[in-house]
Write a protein that binds this ligand. Structure first.
Ligand code: BDP
Length: 715
């Protein structure tokens, strides 16, 4: 008898959580269960009016129908004769309401992508208006309104005014034409170049919809290690088919331009940017693109970097290279995003210095439609880097940010790592170039130097996996990138909460543990890989596991030993004034702070300094003990995450619960692998014992060195 009662008690809980595969992302629109809230929402949405006829307006209607059907369990009818009750989505072109209710000024100020959402109570009129100057802004406002209900917010008196902080918010797909994805861990490229343009997957629409829901308005379809073929007519037609899908969602298409394309597909003997024929080639290619894609965004270029061709091959500068493309794009309103990820092994200086040395002297030489795209740090998307000193150092050239959403150095799609805290750490860094408050974010939004164009890019983690990102929590990084590109003032925690509300549940028994896990996950990933400013310790080529012993090979700055310099004397890269002097690229007071062994923040200590093993840290421990502590606490925190995740089991469907549980198990094993490899490796140099509270690694260093992973994706 007792068993039956128990069963009855449990059945409803488990059966109400239906299996999900993650495809719906944060747009699940699950039913509102709270009766009071449901009433409130139904009341507000009791009549819908979405005037206008266009593809975007249709998308708005479809989205509202889907959202309201899911959350409020209502069939949606759109009103023809509207009596000013309910919800209206309006643009000045489609409706006179904006004027009638004195919203013209606000709406104009917020621009085509901005919007107002406002509750209007005037006499008998009682409605919510979503108003924008442009239809895409109206679509963004619609998603915002739906998000309020998805997060179960109070909507009885709304007063929202939003506009994006950066103008171009783009994903960079490192997708190859053969559908492999460089540093992609979620299957193959979602672009099926073979079947394009004749076959259009539903996934293309779903991709556009997801991006629009977080305000992403551009997509670079192809890898920065570019293939010139994408610029031929055949491929332009394919890209145009994607652009047609994305346009009504407010998303522009960009392509990567291979610098040597004039030779490879143009039959020329040179790609010299000052050669007339080369310039004519690029104009012709660009004109061809605009014929097929009238709103083409422009080119992203990786030149003179890691073997890619560039202007240096012809003794020309980056400015000369970029300007050639800018000239071709200019009549059409396109932009060049020229990457600053440039370093040469012929230059015998610290790799961290090279981009700054190369680009700062060119400040002011670029045409107005060129942006310089720099990674967040001066090396390469490491789990932690100080901000890239180019930010703030080029007042006359718009700089844009490149973040990595795909987790190349953060456990690929196997580890749970919420990246918003990394993005925020950089965005919130005060460069001091124009006194206090000169945040990196203010460089990006143009306010610090008065840039005319602004942009931010994220290297995409999207692939053909059913859940889009391989790890379900990879979705949170895509989401967070979009939200921060829209407005960098959101906190990581706010964004995590929103995402959990929409992806799992608004129940605090779910939200609290998951948000706690997410908020700790980046730091723990740093701790079990590269604590205290260590960097570039990963295994060769695939970058998944540990490889602090990596040395030799093609070039020193692709090895670990180049970066950690461990010896009996100590560990770390001396970038202070007694070393490579990289600190000189930072303005005061950062320069002095980073230069001083005592004042340097410990999180960057071994980035800037070579430090003796017995150096006394803030905790009172020696550097060695502190490092070991970080490695052990990092790996242990994964157990803590597993415990947190267990807490939500009753509330999360089995499929997603198991998916995350299994990955956390793998993450823990990997964290121990990182920890043991690193501790044993560095112990050879410190020659100091492990603090007694820590168990000795099970295996010896040789064992870890011999682990060779085969066929890791993304290479
Ligand atoms: C590195 C990646 C490499 C990319 C390169 C880049 O390992 O695959 O091509 O960055 O950003 O992080 O160009």
């Amino acid at each position: 008898m007792k068993r039956i009662v128990l069963l009855l008690l449990f059945i409803p809980v488990f059966f109400s959580v239906k299996a999900e595969d993650g495809y719906d992302l944060w747009l699940r629109y699950t039913q509102v269960n709270d009766a009071e809230l449901l009433n409130e929402y139904r009341l507000v949405c009791n009549a819908l009016f979405v005037p206008g006829e266009s593809e975007t307006v249709n998308i708005i209607r479809e989205e509202l129908s889907k959202g309201l059907a899911g959350m409020l369990d209502v069939d949606v009818d759109y009103e023809r004769q509207w009596n000013k009750q309910g919800l209206v989505v309006a643009t000045p072109e489609n409706s006179s309401l904006i004027k009638e209710y004195n919203l013209t000024g606000d709406v104009e100020k917020l621009g085509d992508e901005g919007y107002v959402i406002k509750t209007i109570q005037a006499g008998k009129d009682a409605f919510v208006i979503i108003a924008s100057q442009g239809e895409v802004g109206a679509l963004y406002g619609t998603f915002h309104f739906l998000r309020l209900m998805q997060t179960r917010a109070n909507i009885s008196d709304i007063n929202v005014a939003e506009t994006p902080r950066t103008e171009n918010r783009v994903l960079n797909h490192w997708d190859n034409l053969d559908r492999t994805v460089e540093r992609g861990y979620a299957g193959f490229s979602i672009w099926d170049w073979h079947k394009l343009p004749r076959y259009i997957y539903q996934r293309y629409y779903d991709y556009a919809r997801a991006n629009a829901s977080i305000g992403i308005n551009g997509t670079v379809l192809t890898n920065v290690n570019a293939n010139a073929l994408v610029l031929t007519d055949e491929y332009i037609e394919k890209a145009a088919a994607l652009a047609d899908v994305f346009r009504p969602y407010g998303i522009k298409v960009y392509l990567t331009a291979r610098f040597s394309a004039p030779i490879e597909i143009g039959g020329l003997e040179t790609a010299d940017p000052l050669d007339e024929n080369v310039r004519a080639f690029w104009k012709e290619i660009t004109n061809n693109i605009y014929k097929e894609i009238p709103d083409f965004g422009g080119f992203l270029v990786k030149a003179d970097s890691e073997g890619q061709p560039g202007p240096h091959n012809y003794n020309r500068t980056h400015a000369e290279g970029a300007n050639m493309l800018a000239e071709a794009l200019e009549p059409h309103g396109g932009i060049v995003m020229w990457r600053a990820f440039v370093y040469s092994h012929e230059v015998p200086v610290d790799r961290a210095l090279q981009a700054y040395n190369e680009f700062v002297p060119l400040d002011g030489e670029f045409k107005d439609n060129v942006l310089i795209q720099a990674k967040n740090g001066p090396i390469d998307f490491q789990p932690r880097e100080p901000y890239h000193p180019l930010f703030g150092a080029m007042p006359n050239t718009p700089l844009m940010m490149e973040f990595q959403i795909t987790q190349e150095y953060f456990g690929h799609a196997t580890h749970l790592t919420y990246l918003a805290p990394l993005y925020k750490e950089v965005l919130n860094t005060d460069t001091h170039v124009k006194g206090e408050g000169s945040y990196v974010s203010k460089v990006l939004d143009g306010s610090l130097h008065g840039y005319e164009i602004t942009a931010i890019a994220g290297v995409s983690n999207i692939g053909t996996d059913r859940n889009w990102t391989g790890h379900l929590f990879g979705q949170a990084n895509w989401y967070a990138f979009g939200r921060l590109a829209w407005d960098y003032d959101y906190t990581s925690e706010e964004i995590a909460e929103e995402w959990v509300d929409m992806t799992f549940s608004t129940n605090t028994a779910v939200v609290n543990p998951i948000v706690e896990m997410m908020m700790e996950s980046r730091e723990m990933g740093v701790n079990y890989r590269t604590p205290l400013g260590l960097h570039h310790l990963m295994a060769e080529s695939h970058h998944y596991g540990p490889g602090p012993w990596v040395s030799g090979g093609r070039r020193p700055d692709w090895t670990s030993v180049y970066y950690h310099n461990a010896s009996q004397e100590g560990v770390g890269f001396n970038r202070s004034l007694s070393g490579s002097k990289a600190v000189n690229q930072y303005p005061e007071p950062l320069r002095s702070r980073y230069n001083s062994l005592e004042e340097c923040p410990e999180k960057f200590l071994l980035w800037f300094h070579h430090v003796p093993w017995d150096f006394e840290m803030n905790s009172g421990r020696t550097l060695w003990d502190e490092m070991v502590n970080k490695y052990y606490s990092g790996a242990d925190s994964v157990i803590w995450m597993q415990e947190k995740w267990k807490q939500v089991e009753p509330y999360v469907d089995d499929e997603r619960f198991k998916h995350v549980s299994q990955l956390l198990e793998m993450q823990h094993e990997d964290a121990v692998w990182w920890r043991n490899s690193s501790v044993l490796y560095f112990q050879q140099f410190s020659e100091m014992p492990l603090p007694k509270q820590f168990e000795k690694p099970e295996k010896d260093l040789e064992y870890y060195k011999n682990i060779q992973l085969k066929f890791v994706p993304g290479i």
